[in-house]
Ligand binder design. Sequence first.
Ligand code: ZN
Length: 416
Amino acid sequence: MSEASSQLEAWLPRSLLRLRSGSAIPAATAEGLTPVRLSWADGRLQEPELLGTPADHLKALVLPRLVDPHVHLDKAFTWSTHPNLGGTYDGALEANMNEHGIRDLQAVLARGDKAISRACEHGLRAMRSHIDSLGPGADASWEALQALKAQWHGQVELQLVALVPIAHWSTTEGKQLAQRVAASAGLLGGVLVPPCRGTSVRRDLRALLTLAEELSCGVDLHIDEANHGPAQGLQQLLRALEQVPCRQPITCSHASSLALLSPQRLRRLAERMAEHRLQVVALPLTNGWLLGHSPEATPLRRPLAPIRQLQRAGVRVAVGGDNVADPWFPAGDFDPLALMASCLPLAQLAPWQRLGLSPFTTAASAVMGLGWDGRIGCDAPADLIVLEADSWSEALRRPPERRVLIGGRWWKPGRR
Ligand SMILES: [Zn+2]
């Protein structure tokens, strides 16, 4: 594939193929891969051509550029100066607050640019980043991320979420922040973890929902990131939604403690979530590292959003990378393939199953409300990741060599 080439032959997950209506379902390998020839012109794909099987000569696997619906660009790569060696939630919060107290524009610009470069090189086309939006580092963080959003426009799409305590949205400053967030097409965020019972929490949630509705602004909450108090936050959110209906898209990030509900209670809760069109972003890496972390014992209970039960109830579920080398998680590199590989053991998500792949592709695009759902078909963007692999196992057993096509041009580091 030279710089000038405008076609390739590769294996493509059949569930990501969008064929003309009436087309026969193409043959696929046991891993759901089908051989195709993809051609593009003027930045758009042409109708995919199906190749016959066997196609043993093909040594490439092609995917659409991927989407990460939950990251924290403002604090990425702060582990080295603000580590959380004990690996606890409280330790992470403390280190995060210390870092926030000293962060400045240049620091957030530098690490944000490094993060987006890594993400682009690894094949991400869009990310939703939460930003610590209350306290001394808030203004610098927004200024930096908005500048980076403009700089990377056309290469990587950024959505920004204002992360504050939920009660902040009831204050005058909170309402002013919401105006600014809405003006930059951002989302209103917050944290809701147990203990969060009581009427004051619901009052704060109602104020948030009212604000979101007034400003036509999406909501994305860190909710029930805990290994106790099962679904306390979700119960409060659902009660608030029954009092203050909200037509804006609402994302529940984490939703980890739902896994501790009995099967019957979980089924009823998931059905109510589907009725309210709540969507979930599961975050297996940070949950797997932080929740239940104790020096005395390796926890046997590993709360993670109950992905399959939610999908079965009709709730849209995506998976995100969350923290990268910050106090909340020491590893990561904005690599969607590494995330998929980690999700084999952590979430038992198999990419050869449609609902195992959708959290990284179509569902992630839908959570972010992107214009392209990530399926490969005529007139889709010529935005591809081409892996040196001829099977999912080959693609996921180690970080694969890859090339990234953006708008019909091969991406090179430093290209903007
Ligand atoms: Zn997060």
